[in-house]
Design a protein around this ligand. Sequence first.
Ligand SMILES: [Zn+2]
Length: 245
Amino acid sequence: MLSVEPTRYDVNFTLFGIPVRVHPAFWVVGLLLGFRAGDMRLTAIWIGCLFGSILVHELGHALVARHFGWPPNIILYHFGGLATFQPSWGYTRKRAILISLAGPGAGFVLYGVVQAVNYGLFEAHHDGQVWATKMLFSPPHPPDQPAFIPGVAFAIYQLEWINLFWGLMNLLPVYPLDGGQVCSEVLNARSGRKGMMRTHQVGMVTGAAAALFFVSQDRMFAGLMFAGIAYDNYQKYERLSKYQY
Ligand SMILES: [Zn+2]
């Protein structure tokens, strides 16, 4: 596991008063995931989409945490993003669940906005012309074949894919994904000290099923990722079951 200690290549800024740190490994993994040989422009657009989407997702978690009075931090790193906070007081399971759901929720809102832009740019026609294209990007580009469209269409596709598909994946009850966090809160409330064991059982079964599904669909990256998380749940389950008996 790579370290996420601060480095001198970190990018630091604040957004809505929340400190954000981008570890250099974030850009490296983004480049590996979206590299398009010979087209640095599309590669750059992809990294921008990934950066914006993960930031919006973590902002969802962070803003709700702050709403409950727990100052958050956001870090973007090789594994995506993480919103951390210390629930110093007033911690309830309901609040923890709301914070977990707020990440994918923010992504779904962004998906809706992107869909609306997509509709305006490419699908809402007026007098045979794309009205929003004309409105937003009146000449120099002729409206029928504007040079910016391939990049915009590519960005829209990637933003929809990341925010809808990754958001749904993240809601699977596989610990430590957001859905797994919700699952652990529910099972810990119901099963007391066996809650985490049950959480890891659900995580390994659901994670393994997701891995098989993605491999069968030729989505090797997602397949390997879920296989790894399922195995991690299995190891944690084994460790806990030794201590329980
Ligand atoms: Zn999340």
